[in-house]
Design a protein around this ligand. Structure first.
Ligand SMILES: [Fe+2]
Length: 274
């Protein structure tokens, strides 16, 4: 068989493969690529962010936008005008003024909030009110209805974290506007307030029944925790019904400042330092 006949045979075979809905992996331009370089660390300083937050307050109202959020963006990842912080997680700063509300909605993406400044607001998660005070962690697991209402006297600012890039990648990103219909039954946080004792109820594997973790409790646990090998102390937020992570796809930790210049590296997790 000549070279020309071989090429013709190959092209005919490719058409047959294509017509049958298959393609030769060995011709894929991406199948055997080296993995991309790891994302470089980025740093957003609070002193830079705070005046920019004030400008967002002046220019934008949550009446006009679903959420007033300044997203942390990595310019190397902003493809197709999709701003994102990391390949799996988005971070941002959300701001609410006294008297303002952020209307109810729900989505498949899990979200966490760490309160950075202010108090007097609540996040209502599946009908359960979660007070927001500085340092608190509030969970809004995927599928849970949530809204924010500010009853305080000064602006409140919190760190938002969502796994929206992961859901977009998986094709599972889903969103629904309120008002919510019938809400699922929830257990009061007070039922989990006694250490090592929980209600004898069905455990949820997907997320914790507790949506608010106070900074007072977390910092007390941190103070009582021995330092690790790098000199830092670290505690994890868990689902009290099974001892696993507070939300299935997340490891959420609180750590103190690391009193050493030894470098540390962490996997994909949410980990603010007080
Ligand atoms: Fe949301």
């Amino acid at each position: 068989m000549s070279a020309r006949e071989s090429a013709a045979d190959y092209e005919a075979a490719k058409r047959a493969w294509e017509n049958a809905g298959v393609s030769p992996l060995w011709e894929s331009v991406v199948a055997f690529n080296q993995p991309p370089a790891p994302q470089q660390p980025l740093f957003w300083q609070w002193n830079t962010m705070r005046p920019l937050i004030d400008r967002a307050i002046e220019l934008v109202s949550p009446r006009d936008v679903e959420r007033r959020v300044l997203m942390f963006t990595d310019p190397t990842l902003n493809q197709s005008r999709r701003a994102t912080t990391t390949k799996g997680l988005n971070g941002g700063l959300q701001i609410l003024l006294p008297g303002q509300t952020a209307r109810p909605h729900r989505h498949s993406m899990d979200a966490i909030r760490f309160i950075l400044e202010g108090e007097g607001a609540v996040t209502i998660v599946d009908g359960k009110e979660c007070a927001m005070a500085e340092g608190d962690l509030i969970l809004t697991p995927g599928g849970c209805w949530h809204e924010h209402v500010h009853r305080g006297t000064r602006p409140i600012i919190w760190l938002d974290g969502l796994n929206s890039p992961l859901h977009r990648y998986l094709g599972t990103a889903d969103y629904e506007s309120g008002p919510p219909g019938e809400l699922p039954a929830t257990l009061p946080d007070a039922a989990f307030a006694a250490p090592n004792i929980i209600p004898d109820a069905e455990a949820s594997q997907r997320h914790s029944p507790v949506f608010r973790y106070t900074y007072a409790a977390a910092s007390a646990a941190l103070d009582a925790t021995p330092a690790g090998r790098d000199g830092s102390r670290r505690v994890r937020y868990i689902n009290p019904t099974n001892g696993g992570p507070a939300m299935a796809l997340w490891t959420i930790s609180l750590c103190n400042s690391i009193p050493t210049s030894r470098p540390s590296r962490f996997g994909p997790r949410a980990m603010p330092s007080p």
